[in-house]
Design a protein around this ligand. Structure first.
Ligand code: F6P
Length: 359
């Protein structure tokens, strides 16, 4: 084992640079070289590699984003290519393997969410040594208690809720905050509890609009003339569908969610006469400096991935279980999404706090 490659794939998230730094620092201790792959799997297909030295990763621990760049579009197994002037998806995975061989890469450390880890799994199936590192603000990966980036996103959403509280209170309004999370309600649940929300709506529990309105009206009767509602982008009304903002054909996840906050706010005003304002937090949740929790977790993942490479453990993902970083089969990580179970301890706490979950 002489040379590792590292890439960041999918949506950016706080802590990516902290992982890259940890990989380079740890590899350096063992005399291993590290190549960074630019823009995720795009750079793997195009052979865009840059050597990463200790100097290159100096000072990047607190920086958001990724010094390597990323993309959630380019899948080497269905890579948009020009064939006789016509753009079509081609399997370019053999090009990737050739590029890796030419660059002398012995193993790939892929930092990604389910899209990038699924691609990684396919390379593992082709016999290339791959180690996954679980990233996503959505926290929706199986086999790990937590992905890095999630806690920072929760902090950002909680701060937004604190700020919305003051306007809600002053204007006696309903304030709706739409947060990310794709098909999982983790960000909404954690931020909602931390930010003192009155109503939390998550994809796992289709909501009854009548219940939501009733809980707002009941608060008003009790003298609380404002309410704060956190709605996950994947939430949907009972018998209804998730609200899709746009479709991106060709992406590993072509559906971009968004708009449920506006629907909910509109319904509360039109059908129940409740003055409502809607804020969509959007990509603010992905940006900025990682908090201390995510810096620590990212650093642990990065060093553990290098350890796994030295042990010759491939086709695995490093994962947090309890307080330990363990190795789990990559397959297990991508088999299904980790949604909020109805028995989740924090969901039970939310109900015990009297937070309306919409059901
Ligand atoms: O997976 C991370 C995430 O931020 C989701 O929460 C969100 O649905 C999606 O990515 C947004 O993707 P994009 O950056 O392509 O708009």
């Amino acid at each position: 084992m002489h040379k590792l490659a590292v890439l960041t794939g999918g949506g950016d998230c706080p802590g990516l640079n902290a992982v890259i730094r940890a990989v380079v620092r740890s590899a350096n201790q063992y005399g291993l070289e590290v190549l960074g792959i630019k823009d995720g799997f795009h750079g793997a297909v195009e052979g865009e590699f840059i050597p990463l030295s200790l100097a290159d990763v100096s000072g990047i621990l607190p920086r958001g984003g990724t010094i390597l760049g990323t993309t959630n579009r380019d899948n080497p197994f269905e890579y948009a290519s020009d064939v006789n002037g016509i753009r079509q998806p081609l399997d370019r995975s053999e090009d990737v393997l050739r590029n890796f061989e030419k660059a002398g890469i012995d193993a790939l450390l892929a930092i990604g969410g389910d899209g990038s880890l699924n691609i990684s799994l396919k390379f593992a199936a082709k016999g290339f040594p791959v180690i996954g590192i679980p990233k996503t603000i959505d926290n929706d990966l199986m086999a790990t208690d937590q992905t890095f980036g999630f806690q920072t996103a929760v902090d950002t959403a909680q701060e937004a809720l604190d700020r919305l509280h003051t306007t809600a209170e002053s204007h006696h309004r309903v304030m709706v905050l739409e947060v990310m999370g794709r098909y999982a309600g983790w960000i909404a649940l954690y931020a909602g509890v931390a930010g003192g929300a009155d109503v939390i709506l998550i994809p796992e529990i289709p909501y009854n609009i009548g219940r939501v309105a009733y809980s707002v009206q009941r608060r008003a009767k009790q003298g609380k003339k404002f309410s704060i509602i956190v709605v996950a982008e994947g939430a949907k009304p009972l018998g209804g569908e998730m609200v899709v903002d746009r479709l991106f054909p060709g992406r590993s996840d072509p559906v971009k969610l968004g708009g449920i906050g506006a629907k909910l706010g509109g319904d509360l005003e039109q059908h129940f006469g409740l003055e409502t304002r809607v804020t969509v937090l959007g990509h603010l949740q992905r940006g900025g400096s990682p908090n201390s929790y995510d810096r620590v977790l990212a650093s642990r993942y990065g060093t553990a991935a290098v350890d796994a490479a030295l042990e010759g453990k491939f086709g695995i993902m490093v994962a947090l279980q309890g307080r330990d970083i363990v190795q789990v089969p990559l397959q297990q990580a991508v088999d299904q999404l980790k949604l909020v179970p109805l028995t989740d301890p924090l969901l039970i706490t939310a109900r015990a706090l009297g937070i309306e979950m919409g059901d």
